[in-house]
Design a protein around this ligand. Structure first.
Ligand code: PEP
Ligand code: MN
Length: 361
C-alpha cells in the first residue's frame, strides 16, 4: 500500500499536524469557547465526537446528527475543517451529508472487521481522508487490516492514529503506549502519516506533555489532543481534557526535532556511537546463543533423568536475582521482567525441542 503523505492530501496539512477539540461535542457555546482560542495556535483540524462509544450504558452518548450540524456551523465561523468518529455506514453517510472534512475510525471499531468493512463499503467512490485509530488490543495486524479495508475502498488519504492499548493491570497510563507497535507500522509503511493521541494514552492531564514529546522524538507526523473549556464538567473523558490555555502551554513546551542534520561533525560522532551499539548488539546475540546452547544441554540432561522442563522455583530465582542485578545497572524492573520472559520462553521452547528429539549429550 502506498499512501499520500499529509501534505499531499487535498487539504494540504503540514507536519506536525495539530488536531484538537473536545472529546464530545456538547453544545454550541462549548464549541465557541474552544475554537475561538485556536487562532494563532496552529490547529489545522478540529476534532469532536458526535456518536460516543461508552463503556457503560447511561453515559453521555453524544448529540448525534444535531451535533454534526452545530459542529460544522461553528467550525465554519472560524474557518476550520472538522473531523468526527464514525462507527457505521450510517455514520459515514450522515458525516458526508454534513460536509465533515476528515473521518476517523475509533479504537473500538478498528477491532471489528465487520464494522470496518461496512464503513469501507459506505466510503466506496468517496473522496475524503480517513484516520484509523489503533485497535484497543495490541494487535498490529488488526490495525493494518482495518487500514487495508479503507484503502481497498479507494481512499488514499489515510492516517494512522496511535491512542495506546488497554491492559488489565493498573498502570501509569490509561492506555499503554507500546511504542514498538506504531514504530513497526511506520517501518512497514513509511509514507503513511502517523499521528499520536496523547490524551487517550495518558488519561490524565499531567501526563499528556511527556507522551506528546515522546511522539515528536519518534518523528510522528502530528498530534490529536482533547481540549474542553471546562474539562472538569466535560460529559466524557473529563480527567484528560485540557483547557484551551493549558493546550496553548503544551504546544509551546513541545520541541519538534529534525530527523537529519547536515553537519559532518554531528554525523561522524553519531556514526561512531552507532558502531559501538552494533558491536554490543553482536555480543548480546552471541551471549544469548551461548545461553540457549546451555539450555539445550540442560533439556537433554533433564530428559534423561525424567525431570520436568519448567521448574517454577528456578524461574522465580532467576527473575529475583536479575531484577536486583539490573537495578544496580540502571535497568528498570519492568524491562528486566519483559526481556527475561522472552529469554525464558525461548529457553523452554528450545528445551522442549531437544526433549522431543532423541539427541543425547
Ligand atoms: C475519542 O477520540 O474520543 C475516542 C473515543 O477515542 P478512542 O477510540 O481512541 O477510545
Ligand atoms: Mn475521548
Amino acid at each position: 500500500m502506498i499512501f499520500n503523505s499529509l501534505n499531499q492530501w487535498q487539504m494540504g496539512f503540514t507536519k506536525p499536524v495539530i488536531i484538537a477539540g473536545p472529546c464530545g461535542v456538547e453544545s454550541e457555546v462549548q464549541l465557541h469557547q474552544t475554537l475561538s482560542n485556536f487562532k494563532g495556535m496552529g490547529v489545522q483540524l478540529v476534532r469532536g465526537g458526535i456518536w460516543k462509544p461508552r463503556s457503560r450504558p447511561g453515559s453521555f452518548q453524544g448529540l448525534g446528527v444535531e451535533g454534526l450540524r452545530i459542529f460544522k456551523k461553528v467550525a465554519n465561523h472560524y474557518n476550520l475543517p472538522i473531523t468526527v468518529e464514525v462507527a457505521s455506514g450510517e455514520h459515514v453517510s450522515e458525516a458526508l451529508k454534513h460536509q465533515v472534512n476528515v473521518l476517523w475510525i475509533g479504537a473500538r471499531t478498528t477491532v471489528n472487521p465487520f464494522a470496518v468493512q461496512e464503513i469501507a463499503e459506505a466510503l466506496q467512490g468517496e473522496d475524503i481522508p480517513v484516520m484509523v485509530k489503533n485497535p484497543v488490543n495490541p494487535d498490529l495486524e488488526l490495525w493494518v487490516g482495518a487500514i487495508e479495508r479503507i484503502y481497498q475502498a479507494g481512499i488514499q488519504n489515510i492516517a494512522a492514529v496511535h491512542r495506546g492499548f488497554s491492559a488489565y493491570e493498573r498502570s501509569k497510563y490509561r492506555n499503554q503506549p507500546n511504542w514498538q507497535i506504531p514504530i513497526e507500522l511506520k517501518r512497514r509503511f513509511p509514507t503513511l502519516p502517523l499521528i499520536n493521541d496523547p490524551s487517550h494514552i495518558a488519561g490524565r492531564r499531567n501526563l499528556i506533555a511527556e507522551v506528546a514529546q515522546t511522539a515528536f522524538d519518534l518523528d510522528f507526523d502530528g498530534l490529536m489532543v482533547e481540549v474542553h473549556p471546562q474539562p472538569d464538567q466535560a460529559l466524557s473523558d473529563a480527567k484528560q481534557q485540557l483547557t484551551p490555555s493549558d493546550f496553548g502551554l503544551l504546544l509551546n513546551s513541545l520541541v519538534v526535532k529534525q530527523t537529519q542534520l547536515d553537519d559532518v561533525i554531528f554525523n561522524t560522532l553519531l556514526d561512531e556511537l552507532r558502531n559501538r551499539i552494533d558491536q554490543i548488539d553482536e555480543t548480546i546475540l552471541e551471549l544469548i546463543s551461548k545461553r540457549m546452547e546451555l539450555a539445550r544441554q540442560i533439556g537433554i540432561y533433564k530428559k534423561e533423568n525424567g525431570i520436568t522442563i519448567l521448574q517454577v522455583e528456578r524461574w522465580n530465582k532467576i527473575l529475583a536475582t536479575r531484577i536486583k542485578s539490573g537495578a544496580l545497572k540502571e535497568l528498570s524492573e519492568s524491562f528486566i521482567i519483559e526481556s527475561y520472559k522472552l529469554i525464558h520462553d525461548e529457553s523452554i521452547r528450545q528445551q522442549s525441542n531437544v526433549a522431543l528429539s532423541s539427541k543425547t549429550i
